[in-house]
Write a protein that binds this ligand. Structure first.
Ligand code: ATP
Ligand code: MG
Length: 409
């Protein structure tokens, strides 16, 4: 059966552009693939002509392995392939060309026909797409497509269609082999996990911050997470939902992810009587950002990440965003800043976080004063900070922080 193949061919995304760093990125990517396929019958990952070939010892696992590879950032496309050795093809081709007759491409046509019969599903038409990575191959790509297309048509009766075909047979000519494949699966693109430095993500129980974390992970950052909870202890705060969100994100990571759980009582004790109600929300944000920055320093994270989207809620006006973190030295990255809620929600569904994000949870932000100031000034926040001893609240919060390590399953 042609479909049972022990090789999955993958293309990688932007790494191709990375110049001298390319080797480092590739090594990371191959390492991440190996980790993602732990427990699978992996024989080797080979770099062949700007592609990665994942070789398995058991073809029966090809589809499951393809599914797992989809979550490895840095990969662009992947497909189980059938590999036909070039020497078989080249000898026959030379013979045909010397005899001045139409090339047969027997093996390629045979595999293409079998794959089409197996995988066409309900498709009503098809197209053959050929690429030559090895330009020395004696036939040009359109010629190969024409010949293989003819064979598939003859065997299946499926008509060819050049624009918007419902089924595609791919032929890729490499130096040593010709790959034939049909199911080309898109992956997420991006850069290999862990290739862009560490970040500290402020994770609430909502829709936005898991998406922000995921987008940073897709750009290669390794996240640690910090969540602030109200209540006197973790059991009471019931942070299972937060752990579940990290668990979902861990599917895309090659190491266990750290979640720091921080109580907010140290803030609440000091805020009472020291802060005007309308400033409570922005001061609380300031407390979170300052505490997260402290944890980031301690854990070698080079930036903070939040799920802020400009103007979405009162604390996210440009005035407030600026004032809250006026004296934070780490960069604060906000990958969702220009996105609408609809777009963010669509991402949340795509990455598999939505169903968990909408479960009920009493976030400590939702219990803050309902009418926050919209245009806070940094110097007012600095004054409130001194008055309430925000520094003391941060120190105490860090002391009370608990860390849990989370893996995907
Ligand atoms: P989300 O859907 O992520 O909760 P949101 O639109 O509800 O976002 P806010 O609640 O205003 O926005 O929070 C803005 C950002 O502040 C969040 O995206 C997150 O990065 C951070 N944040 C809010 N609450 C917490 C919390 N309890 N612990 C850690 N970070 C938080
Ligand atoms: Mg929230």
């Amino acid at each position: 059966m042609a479909q049972a193949t022990p090789i999955i061919a993958c293309t990688y995304a932007e790494i191709a552009l990375k110049g001298r760093n390319r080797k480092v990125f590739l090594r990371k990517l191959i390492n991440n693939i190996t980790i993602a396929l732990k427990g699978e019958p992996l024989e080797a990952v080979r770099h062949v002509e700007s592609r990665l070939m994942v070789h398995l010892t058991d073809p029966g696992r090809a589809l499951e392995v393809t599914r797992k590879l989809k979550n490895v950032f840095g990969l662009q496309w992947m497909s189980p392939v059938v590999s036909v050795p070039r020497d078989q093809i080249d000898d026959e081709l030379l013979e045909d060309l010397e005899a001045d007759r139409e090339p047969r491409l027997t093996e390629i046509c045979k595999v293409a026909t079998e794959l089409s019969a197996e995988n066409r599903g309900t498709a009503r038409n098809f197209k053959v797409e050929t690429r030559r990575s090895d330009r020395s191959f004696r036939l040009k790509s359109p010629e190969v497509s024409r010949l293989v297309g003819g064979a598939v048509f003859e065997a299946t009766g499926l008509p060819g269609k050049m624009s918007h075909p419902e089924f595609i047979v791919n032929v890729l000519v490499l130096k040593e082999n010709v790959l034939v494949f049909t199911g080309k699966e898109p992956a997420w693109g991006g850069l290999p996990f862990g290739s862009s430095g560490r970040s500290m993500v402020l994770l609430s129980g909502g829709i936005d911050s898991p998406v922000a974390a995921w987008l940073m992970m897709r750009r290669g950052s390794r996240p640690d997470f910090v969540h602030f909870y109200s209540g006197s202890n973790i059991e009471e705060a019931d942070v299972d939902k937060i752990k579940d969100l990290v668990k979902i994100l861990a599917r895309f990571a090659s190491v266990p992810l750290k979640l720091f759980l921080v109580p907010v009582v140290s803030y609440e004790m000091r805020a009472i009587g020291n802060i005007t109600d309308s400033y409570d929300m922005v001061m609380f944000r300031r407390f979170m950002v300052k505490t997260a920055a402290r944890l980031a320093w301690r854990n070698s994270c080079l930036g903070l990440v939040t799920g802020d989207s400009l103007g979405q809620v009162a604390s996210q006006t440009l005035h407030n965003l600026g004032a809250i973190s006026s004296d934070v030295e780490l960069p604060i990255l906000r990958p969702l800043i220009g996105m609408d809620k609809m777009e963010i929600t669509a991402w949340s569904k795509k990455i598999g976080a939505f169903a968990t994000s909408i479960l009920p949870y009493r976030d400590c932000c939702s219990i803050r004063s309902p009418k926050p100031v919209l245009t806070a000034r940094a110097r007012d926040l600095l004054q409130f900070s001194l008055k309430m001893d925000l520094e003391g609240a941060v120190r105490e919060a860090v002391d009370e922080t608990v860390m849990v390590a989370i893996t995907s399953e």
